[in-house]
Design a protein around this ligand. Structure first.
Ligand code: NAD
Length: 261
């Protein structure tokens, strides 16, 4: 018996086998969950469908989270297929490449809106749309990064978006906790991992190699590290945990001056 046996999870944000959402999917599958997937854009369908099949899932539906109609359709289809779901995973972010280099203050109004819409509002929109099909005691999870609470070179508007996302987690946890279904809402703040999304951030390669020198475990983070923590947070083992920003970063966020020499 896995810690997610009998649970059904809807996962948004697999782009390829480097995606954090893929690490989460693999851990969920190992722990016994039944999975449904969503992808953004036709190009990604070709990648996501075989990945889903490798975990025994043929529920693979398109959803651009900036489109309310797409969100409504995917939830209708999930209801028809699964009846109810236990877990919603939001592993999605986007900002224009131009807004991830140079001074933060150069962000355009449109660039700001795009980052906030796709990276922040989408979690609230998905949470609201999923609530009617969530099983009581279920849980929702999103992904954030330290750039929300610290100034990280080049992270810029995405840091501002992550701060808003983390605030959303607390407000959603309040709303969902007061609802009779008592859904839990949490986030994982992951250390830097080389994924498609990170490739768009200037200097990310250097940041990832420096990270291991400062982190308390002296290493980088993998999508498996994040997947394992996600499995715990979305399982009944975390039944008393909601509204949290849970760091999966090898202790980087608490490090002071850890390196000898
Ligand atoms: P990724 O590129 O594999 O995943 C990002 C996903 O967002 C992709 O699947 C992409 O299709 C999806 N997406 C973008 N715009 C969308 C839209 N309009 N509609 C639907 N989906 C859309 O990269 P990742 O690193 O796995 O990112 C997943 C999450 O983890 C993001 O929220 C990211 O900010 C967060 N995160 C990443 C790191 C890291 O270092 N990789 C660290 C902390 C947090």
């Amino acid at each position: 018996m896995g810690i997610l046996t009998g649970k059904k999870a809807l996962i948004f944000g697999v782009a390829n086998d480097h995606s954090i959402a893929w690490g989460i999917s693999q851990a969920f599958h190992r722990e016994g969950a039944e999975l449904g997937f969503s992808y953004a854009g036709d190009k990604l369908e070709r990648r996501v469908r075989p990945l889903a099949a490798s975990l025994g899932s043929d529920f693979v539906e398109p959803c651009d989270v900036s489109q309310d109609a797409d969100i409504a359709t995917v939830m209708e289809k999930a209801k028809a297929r699964f009846g109810e779901i236990d877990i919603l995973v939001h592993s999605i972010a986007f900002a224009n490449r131009d807004d991830l280099s140079g001074p933060y203050y150069n962000v355009s109004r449109d660039g700001f809106k795009t980052a906030m819409d796709v990276s922040v509002y989408s979690f609230t929109a998905l949470a609201r749309a999923a609530l009617p099909i969530m099983k009581p005691g279920g849980s929702m999870l999103t992904l954030t990064y330290l750039g929300s609470v610290r100034a990280v070179h080049h992270y810029n508007v995405m840091g501002v978006a992550k701060a808003a996302l983390e605030a959303s987690v607390r407000y959603l946890a309040m709303d969902m906790g007061a609802d009779e279904k008592r859904i839990r809402v949490n986030s994982i703040s992951a250390g830097p991992i080389r994924t498609l999304a990170v490739a768009g951030i200037q200097g990310s390669r250097q940041m990832i190699s420096e990270f291991a020198k400062v982190s308390l475990l002296g290493r980088n983070i993998s999508i498996d590290d994040v997947g394992n923590s996600a499995a715990y947070l979305c399982s009944d083992l975390a039944s008393g945990v909601t509204g949290e920003i849970h760091y999966v970063d090898a202790g980087y966020n608490v490090a002071g001056f850890p390196a000898d020499g």
